[in-house]
Design a protein around this ligand. Structure first.
Ligand SMILES: Nc1ncnc2c1ncn2[C@@H]1O[C@H](COP(=O)(O)OP(=O)(O)OP(=O)(O)O)[C@@H](O)[C@H]1O
Ligand SMILES: [Mg+2]
Length: 390
């Protein structure tokens, strides 16, 4: 909680009313204005009292010695007591006291720090009638009254909100773990299918081709038979090429055999050949010797970035820059296309950028996607790879 000299207008307004009421009451009690509190001079205090009494927000006021001098029914309800049980009691009975002896009301809140919802909200810990602690948050206004300071505190019970926030954060965490587990499973399945295709089906097709060539030699062959065998061989060759392409699309062998650098080179070459867009890969092979988790993540990120460029950017040139600096891998992918807009990144149906971010966050990295200062789009990624180096 914080002194709110220019804070949240509603809270401050209520606090000032409470102070108005309190001032009137103190004056009436001490007889300082020579009245019994019933004449016209006490009318604003009477008005303030009604508003504070009926306010939905919990309001208490405490003096310099942290004794409660005023509490409204909403405050009493929040703590599970009656108003008269609060008034006159030490603040420490209702709000967890700081360690310092003789703490002033302000210090009851400052220990827990800022509450975060608004810059001016501060957190504290309330204590219900049975001693059960609960999270509170609010605003404090201190004012001088007849030579002493009075602290008016507007309180909110935020325990329910915090419970919901914790639940939300937990479910967000679980979703993240689920998404990461699904990515891993998908990658493992792709690797498995690619291997089966390559090793089983690929081998089979290759041996069929060899048999076919033996058959040609063995049978001597009529021109008709030779024409048929030639056609079959052509089809087998097409099947082998398709199979290699499908297996590579599923999972490039280079990723498992050569390493990330060669896998990225393959990706770049394929991109240039298919789309006719210039693409530079600036990287050092030695800096890209990473374990499977990091290599796969970076490969898939770059693959999605290139797919996006081919589909959306209308670019003529792409530069991919990967280099190590102090245990981090810095990846920059830039294109000179139409540039990405804020709204593009919010498309509900688009999952490419979301997947990219998830992969980066799973490795505790950071990613920035935005329009480059030059025309085009720029993606910057920083990945801590110290523990992923092989
Ligand atoms: N390099 C780029 N240049 C310009 N616009 C881009 C670029 N990359 C992405 N975008 C825009 O951002 C949007 C979101 O991209 P994202 O990869 O998340 O989804 P997508 O490519 O549309 O679909 P998918 O889910 O199949 O990847 C795209 O629809 C496109 O409008
Ligand atoms: Mg995409």
């Amino acid at each position: 909680m914080k002194r709110q000299r220019s804070a949240h207008p509603r809270g401050r307004g209520l606090a000032m009313l409470a102070l108005g009421f309190l001032g009137g009451r103190l004056l009436a009690r001490t007889g300082a204005n020579g009245s019994n509190g019933a004449d016209g001079a006490d009318a604003p205090a009477h008005h303030s009292r009604r508003i504070v009494h009926n306010a939905g927000e919990a309001i208490i006021a405490a003096d310099d010695s942290s004794r409660i001098v005023l509490a409204n029914p909403a405050a009493a309800r929040m703590f599970g007591v009656a108003v008269h049980e609060m008034e006159g009691s030490p603040l420490a009975r209702f709000i967890r006291a700081p360690h310092a002896m003789d703490a002033r009301p302000l210090e009851y809140f400052q220990a827990d720090g800022r509450a975060g919802r608004r810059g001016t909200d501060y957190a504290g810990t309330g204590l219900r009638a049975g001693g059960e602690p609960f999270a509170i948050e609010g605003s404090i206004v201190d004012t001088r009254q007849n030579g002493s300071t009075v602290y008016t505190i507007i309180l909110r019970d935020v325990s329910e909100r915090q419970r919901v926030q914790r639940k939300l954060a937990r479910s967000h965490d679980q979703l993240r773990q689920l998404s990461s587990a699904l990515q891993t499973i998908r990658e493992e399945e792709r690797t498995h299918i690619a291997r089966e295709l390559h090793d089983d089906l690929g081998q089979l097709l290759a041996s069929l081709r060899m048999d076919l060539s033996l058959l040609t030699d063995a049978c001597g062959g009529t021109p008709e038979a030779l024409r048929l065998i030639g056609g079959m061989d052509g089809n087998l060759l097409t099947a082998i090429t398709s199979l290699r392409r499908i297996a590579t699309n599923l999972r490039p062998r280079a990723l498992d055999e050569g390493g990330l650098y060669f896998a990225l080179q393959g990706l770049r070459d394929d991109f240039v050949e298919r789309h006719g867009i210039d693409c530079d890969l600036l990287a050092d092979e030695n800096e890209l010797r990473l374990d499977d988790q990091a290599s796969t993540a970076i490969f898939r990120i770059v693959q999605e970035a290139l797919t996006n460029i081919a589909r959306h950017a209308h670019a003529t040139r792409v530069t991919m820059n990967l280099y190590r600096l102090n245990g981090e891998l810095l990846v920059t992918i830039r294109d000179d296309g139409r540039g990405i807009r804020e709204a593009d990144m919010e498309k509900a149906e688009s999952l490419g950028l979301v997947g990219m971010r998830e992969r980066v966050w799973a490795l505790n990295g950071e990613i920035t996607i935005g329009a480059d200062e030059a025309p085009g789009t720029r993606i910057d990624i920083v990945l801590p790879v110290k523990d992923h180096t092989v």
